[in-house]
Design a protein around this ligand. Structure first.
Ligand code: FES
Length: 86
């Protein structure tokens, strides 16, 4: 059985992303450099705004509730649950 993948839109570019892949991993796999440091949800360096879509954010304290409420995510620990645009 094949896994259902989603579409990830970053800027004007579209990529196919697995529900088990982070947005940061997908970007690098496709040659797109997003700024990051810890890649573990601690530092907050990879923070970007979620424009559209549903995601699962598994951070380790690198983003405040306030920023999450404003629509920000940490790309290193965010997995898609639908088509996503950032
Ligand atoms: S790179 Fe550190 S929180 Fe994502």
């Amino acid at each position: 059985m094949s896994e259902k993948c989603f579409n990830l839109k970053i800027g004007g570019a579209f990529f196919e992303i697995s529900p088990h892949e982070t947005i940061l991993q997908c970007a690098y796999r496709n040659g797109l450099k997003i700024e990051y440091q810890c890649a573990s949800g601690y530092c907050g360096r990879c923070k970007m705004r979620l424009i559209e879509g549903r995601v699962r954010l598994e951070h380790a304290g690198g983003i405040s509730r306030r920023n999450i409420a404003k629509g920000f995510i940490l790309t290193c620990c965010t997995f898609p649950k639908s088509d996503v645009e950032i």
